[in-house]
Write a protein that binds this ligand. Sequence first.
Ligand code: GLC
Length: 559
Amino acid sequence: MIQDTNSNTETWWKTGVIYQIYPFTFADANGDGIGDLQGIIKKLDYLNDGNPDSETSLGIDAIWLSPINKSPMIDNGYDVSDYYDISDTFGTLADFEILLEESHKRGIKVILDLVINHTSNQHHWFIESSSSKDNPKSDWYHWQDPAPDGGVPNNWLSYFGGTGWTFNQARQQYYYHSFNENQPDINWGNPEVKAAIYQMIRFWLDKGVDGFRLDASSVYSKDKYYRYNPVKFDSTDNNKYNNLHHLYDKDLPENHQIIREIRTIIDEYEDRVLIGETFINSTLYESAIFYGMNNDELHLPFTFEFPFSPWYPGYIQREIAKKELITPEGAWASYFLDNHDIPRHLSRWVECSLCTNPLGIAQAAAAILLTVRGTPILYYGQEIGMVDNEDIPAEQIQDKIVVRSETQESPESRDGARTPMQWDDSVHAGFSFGKDTRTWLPVHQNYKEVNVAKELKDPNSILNFYRQLIRARKNNEALRIGNWRSLIHYPYEHLAYVRETNAERVLILINFSYEKDLTIDEHISCDNWQVLVSNIREVDKIIDLPTTLEAFEVSVLRK
Ligand code: GLC
């Protein structure tokens, strides 16, 4: 008997496809050059028009919006100054309600980014907290006296570079920030803070949002004695944050308690999802503990297997196999290739020796993401093969905090992967309008070739490949919930794996190279495979198990 883990509970966040929208650059409805909620509403039909046989929709099931709350935008929304309101940049609460309603009408769930490790320093909580040592919110953030020599209280660093401590004149104390100095970490040890956050979470759930992506959810907890982090012996990472053992400033037992409490709230509501960003230089596989001992923490911890993999079948398979092993019984994995913090995969992988064929990589990567066992998360634009814009003039850079901390050996500006969605070949790639409008970030110069309108018309486009794969997932139980099993022990040129339930078996074949001979190590029956999706073979044709593959072939077959 094949074990169908979780087959009895096919909830939307397990079997659906999640699509991340970066609101600044998805669609601009008012022509100011910056994306907005009305823009997203206009594009919902593209994402999913509610018709399963649609010729023009991508067919995703949920959108995750990067933050839309009020914010001074020092970290482009990941610095919230009012959790109960929407940034004027993107619209109003009324716009959000329309977005929610229109999404739900089409069967699209809406997931919000919840940035609760820190607030903006312009949040009224921080303004009050920083005003004196004895105000009612004095303990809402991490305040510490200077060290005896007047220096920082301990060796904790900011992920964005430099010390994590910034001095405040009014209190004559330092406050801690895991990220930028404008993003003070809140004190989760204070029950009043917890109550305030939990109330806010209920506000959005009551409005009808379908879940949250918890930003930076492994660094909520801090040691109450503010002990020094041990320094890693022999670690010389460019980002010095990574050269410390984060024993005292992240992932403490209290962190899990907080997530459990949030999960309890989520579970009071029907069918909601709790996702969390669990990686900040932790060992990748630590993330499994974020499911909770009783699967009572995150439904989906976000981990970075594919983003950190080279474009090499053996490596990619090893990552999948590991994730299969570490995902606890009753828990569910998720995978992504890209997000707003990292270079897009086609830009990352273009360096590799076999990358003479970007279309092949895009198709193969799409197939892997959409056929592994776990929830796939797409980042806007990946479905049309968008690549990073590497020519953004210095004066147009928006990711200012990372640029500033570059001198402190932090990562480069993340703007390359955040450029406007390429809708068509008109002015501003159809993202915005008005010939004098300047878009928030410059549109990639390849937009006349790489855009939604053009690709929808081309049956062999990356977009149509994504659409077919998403549809195949929807229509095939094995792809949604089936077990994963590789047929090649040490893949070198090809991946060959199956997804299977008792009822159905799907075989995924991917050629990473020009090598045609396919050798598999596990026996699998040879006849009667139906082509579900392929960049080479005729769809729906019944074929025998191929012994050779075309160069860069990607085929998904069903028994
Ligand atoms: C997360 C976000 C990133 C942000 C950081 C601080 O890692 O993904 O964009 O800068 O948190 O909020």
